[in-house]
Design a binder for this molecule. Structure first.
Ligand code: PLP
Length: 376
């Protein structure tokens, strides 16, 4: 058995998505900017995909811009948004993805903005009172708060954040990379200026995503070049990627309830069985709270043990693929900025298990059994 429990890093491509993409790799290879039949076929696939995505998010196709993924969407919202709207102050949280934090830090180092980090409560959620005070003292700021955290799975109440931002004339961007395709997002109800989505987090292809940009927040492009994406992003479009993104999103929302119930049961079972197998185990963030965390993510703090140094390696030997904190932080010695901000115990081994619709109860049980043996 080979168990893949690193779905917050990336998910396997759905076969139906691959099938939707293949014709655009093999036959319909035209450049969407060309006016001949080949080009028009590709253009029409892009515009159909845009409509699909817009309708799933209850917004207008003219507010969807295709990008190379979540990072580019976040960077465009933040860098172009702040510059074009002449904003001088940003409010964010210390546990945002680096696609957000590093973009904001770049602007700060460049002398363009000052960043204020909002306080978190003991579980790692935005401390609501502190946030409200911060926003009311800094009207007109650029606020970037993620919908759900990719390492510990905490969900923020973006409806409430949007209302607070509106009250104080702030621009609100939310990194929704971990929630698009997993939770309904109704852009008519939410007061958001920008959101970011990435296909490979919901069984679509890597290297393709989108930026939602509200009509009222017109910004300058991040990439200059041709007139693609209504002059917002120069460069020939990733046609088969875009087709795959739309197909993956369509399937994700079609089967949302069924997949959610299946994955939620796996998550709950893993937590319960791990608690019994390793009584000293702890969990990071609010991942045990089903109301306020992703149903896909469990972040466990395993007790001090000789095995901890080589834990991921040992799990890998047992054919279990998981991540230490976040895939983006693994492989470096820096450690996870999220776990550091949450003051996670340095003596423990922190492992993120993240599920998809393809995981089974048998796989979850296999992981518990292997971990129990290791921590005996
Ligand atoms: N934001 C979050 C919360 C993520 O989890 C990721 C991916 O790990 C990204 C942004 C970056 O997305 P992409 O890999 O599509 O650039």
């Amino acid at each position: 058995m080979h168990v893949y429990l690193d779905n917050a890093a990336t998910t396997p491509l759905d076969k139906q998505v691959l099938e939707a993409m293949l014709p655009y790799m093999q036959n319909h290879f035209g450049n969407p900017s060309s006016i001949h039949t080949h080009g028009r076929e590709a253009r029409s696939a892009i515009e159909k995909s845009r409509k699909t995505i817009a309708s799933l998010l209850n917004t207008s196709p003219s507010e969807i811009f295709f990008t190379s993924g979540g990072t580019e969407a976040d960077n465009t919202a933040i860098i172009s948004g702040i510059r074009s709207l002449g904003i001088k102050h940003a409010i964010t949280s210390p546990i945002e993805h680096h696609a957000v934090l590093h973009a904001l830090e770049y602007l700060e180092k460049n002398g363009e903005i000052k960043i204020t980090y909002v306080q978190l409560d003991e579980k790692g959620h935005i401390a609501e009172e502190a946030f409200e005070e911060l926003v009311s003292k800094n009207p007109g700021s650029f606020v970037s708060i993620m919908h759900a955290n990719n390492e510990v799975g905490n969900i923020n109440n973006i409806e409430w954040i949007g209302n607070v931002c509106t009250e104080h004339q702030c621009i609100f961007h939310s990194d929704t990379v971990q929630t698009v395709g997993h939770f309904p997002i109704d852009l008519q109800k939410l007061k958001l200026h920008f959101i970011a989505g990435s296909a490979h987090k919901f069984h679509g292809p890597k290297g393709t995503g989108f930026l939602y940009m509200n009509h009222n927040s017109t910004v300058k492009p991040l990439l200059y070049g041709g007139a693609q994406e209504r002059n917002m992003r120069g460069g020939t479009e990733n046609v088969y990627g875009i087709v795959g993104l739309a197909k993956a999103m369509e399937l994700a929302y079609q089967n949302l309830e069924k997949d959610k119930n299946h994955i939620r049961a796996l998550k709950q079972s893993l937590i319960q069985k791990l608690k019994l197998a390793i009584p000293e185990i702890d969990f990071n963030g609010d991942c045990c709270n089903p109301e306020k965390s992703l149903y896909t993510v469990v972040n466990a703090a395993l007790p001090q043990h000789d095995i901890n140094e080589m834990l991921l390696f040992n799990l890998d030997i047992h054919k279990i693929s998981v991540s230490a904190g976040s895939a983006c932080a693994s492989g470096t010695d820096i450690g996870s900025h999220v776990l550091q901000s949450l003051k996670a115990d340095e003596n423990k081994a922190h492992v993120r298990f993240s599920f998809s619709k393809y995981n089974t109860m048998e796989e979850a049980d296999y992981v518990v059994e292997k971990l129990q043996r290791m921590y005996k």
